[in-house]
Ligand binder design. Structure first.
Ligand code: PEP
Ligand code: MG
Length: 603
């Protein structure tokens, strides 16, 4: 039966593929395709794990103390029975044979099928056996990882592997939630789209999806409960719609749209080497946001003239709690700097916390785990200042990278002048340590992210301390409107067009310009072409965004007469509905181009 689900559109484009349901706790299980000759060996891994777990359970039962509760042996028997049940291991084997999934993936897929059957059982006792099944699967997964396994969403050339199993079908991942750290694995994964039940438009999960340019819908509420393993899905990442088991006509329509958007992208990509200059001659800098050094080539390819935001915290994820040491960080920063070939790379110090927790369980982390409201808790610069040794280590690594190219340092979530001074003191100490160790570095500019309304209000003071500022609109919206950016239940209230938000952005840009300091926007607003003219009118000349958004924004820049827009800026800022006012201006300006206007965009 065909039906639709609605969520939040977070990453543009259309994806069509079969559903792969993954429980949130198992998203980081290895997902990869094996080749035909590996099928037997993979089944062997499953068999070895099953035998190991059977041994474990039998030993446990044998060694039960005499005074153990009477239910325990019976429970272990249930686990043994589930372990040997063909519905689990037999069907898992079939996923390996038919789909060429690796054993862990096959097991998770089968667990999802069985868990659903348990959920639908009338009998409460039987329904509760789902927990037993999950425990058995956890044991099997653990046994397999002991037997040697690749990392999450791992190896082999995934896409070519996908072709091996006979089905050409692309796959779409469906989960209740995906942590930003797990999203990173998409860079190497087989999935062509994803859907989650929870999440907001600027949650970090959504941001990573956008940076990968993978069509995605988040906040689709019941999706992971309603969609079944292997269902055909269409993700409309522009409209936030998921179509489950579409009819052939609908499928054809979306395939057509897919081809159209590919053509549109190819057309826009021709702007890659065109300088971003407005109709009235204002030069604009379009920079890239990156998560890992490996993203730098894509930034160059998209025509970025530097990195405006390197979210360094992603280097700290997926490491089982180990933090990267100074040398490892230095190598990562250096490789980004070298890859950008002399263009500036703005490295943000770790923005850990809120929806980007660390796996590490330090005292601070424990505090974070129990924080009532982590978005208002120990995150970003607050976290760094509370871990001075870790902070200095990062600062030394960033400074050392400056010996290899232009590096700028960016501090997230500054709200107090005291934080600015504490940061500069830490930097001075880090420099001193490098001098003593005889390690080279150059002087670097230090900037603050404007992400909380307090920072806007004290910006003149911050601008005395910092060399530049970058406006993080994602958090600025969250903290101005009191809306958790990761919470889909209030996502409809997360409004970048809110007059308060626009006035704060305009005020920040104006103050930075008065102080003669560089200002950029690196939040999602910078990559959204519907804001381009307005930001230009506010005086912004530096935008930082996902590489995939650069060409669309450049197209807008090329078509904008800034003076004309600036003359109407106050009208938009004073409007109760700035989105409507902007749209009205966009329409009226495009109907009556400015006299000097020439067709600058790609036709
Ligand atoms: C922002 O808040 O706008 C920003 C760019 O930082 P992040 O999205 O990583 O919090
Ligand atoms: Mg932020």
């Amino acid at each position: 039966m065909s039906f639709q689900l609605f969520g939040l559109p977070v990453s543009r484009g259309v994806a069509i593929g079969r559903a792969v349901l993954v429980a949130s706790s198992r998203v980081d299980v290895a997902h990869y395709f094996i080749n035909e000759p590996q099928v037997e060996a993979e089944i062997g891994r499953l068999r070895t794990a099953r035998d190991a777990v059977a041994g474990e359970l039998t030993n446990l039962k044998r060694d039960l103390p005499l005074d153990a509760p009477a239910e325990l042996p019976a429970l272990l028997d249930v686990h043994l029975m589930l372990l040997h049940d063909d519905a689990l291991t037999g069907a898992t084997k079939q996923w390996i044979i038919d789909r060429h999934y690796n054993a862990e993936w096959a097991l998770s897929a089968q667990l999802e099928v069985l868990a659903r059957q348990f959920d639908e059982m009338e009998d409460e006792y039987l329904r509760e056996r789902k927990a037993d099944l999950e425990q058995v699967v956890e044991r099997l997964l653990r046994a397999m990882s002991k037997g040697g396994v690749a990392s999450s969403f791992a190896p082999s050339p995934p896409v070519s592997g996908a072709r091996d199993f006979g089905g050409e079908d692309p796959l779409v991942l469906v989960a209740n939630d995906i942590a930003p750290a797990d999203m990173l694995q998409f860079k190497r994964s087989v999935f062509t789209g994803f859907i989650t039940d929870v999440g907001g438009k600027t949650s970090h999960t959504a941001i990573v999806a956008r940076s990968l340019d993978i069509p995605a819908v988040v906040g689709a509420r019941e999706a992971s409960r309603i969609i079944r393993q292997d269902d055909w899905l269409i993700i409309d990442g522009d409209a936030g719609i998921v179509i489950v088991n579409p009819s052939p006509i609908v499928l054809e329509e979306y395939r057509f749209r897919q081809r159209q958007s590919e053509l549109e992208r190819a057309r826009l990509s021709r702007l890659r080497h065109t300088p971003a200059v407005t109709l009235d001659g204002e030069r604009v800098e379009l920079l890239a946001n990156i998560e890992l050094p490996g993203d730098a080539p894509a930034a160059l390819e998209a025509g970025a003239v530097g990195v405006g935001l390197f979210r360094s915290e992603f280097l700290f994820m997926n490491r089982g709690g180990e933090l990267p040491g100074e040398d490892e960080q230095f190598e990562a920063y250096r490789s980004a700097v070298e890859a950008m070939g002399g263009m500036a790379v703005t490295i943000r110090t770790v923005d850990i916390g809120a929806d980007k927790p660390l796996e590490r369980m330090s005292v601070n982390e424990l505090r974070h785990e129990h924080a009532l409201n982590p978005a208002l808790g120990l995150r970003a610069i607050r976290w760094s200042l509370s871990e001075p040794a870790m902070f200095r280590q990062q600062l030394r690594a960033v400074l050392r990278a400056s010996a290899y190219g232009k590096v700028r340092l960016l501090i997230p979530m500054v709200a107090h002048v005291g934080e600015a001074h504490a940061t500069l003191e830490a930097l001075a100490r880090a420099k001193q340590q490098l001098i003593e160790a005889g390690k080279p570095f150059t002087d670097i500019e230090v900037g603050a992210m404007v992400e909380v309304p307090a920072a806007v209000l004290i910006l003149p003071s911050l601008l005395k301390v910092f060399d530049f500022v970058s406006i993080g609109t994602n958090d600025l919206i969250q903290y101005t409107l009191a809306i958790d950016r990761a919470d889909e239940t209030v996502a409809h209230l997360y409004d970048p067009w809110h007059p308060a938000v626009l006035r704060l952005v305009a005020q920040s840009i104006a103050q930075a310009r008065i102080a003669g300091k560089n200002v950029s926007v690196c939040g999602e607003m910078a990559g959204d072409p519907t804001f381009t003219e307005l930001l230009l009118a506010m005086g912004l000349r530096s935008f930082s965004m996902h590489p995939s958004q650069i060409s669309s924004v450049k197209q807008r820049v090329l078509r904008t007469d800034v003076k004309r827009w600036a003359s109407r800026l106050e009208y938009v800022l004073q409007s109760d509905d700035p989105a409507a006012a902007t749209l009205e201006l966009q329409r009226s300006f495009s109907n009556a181009p400015a006299p000097a206007a020439t067709a600058a965009a790609v036709t």
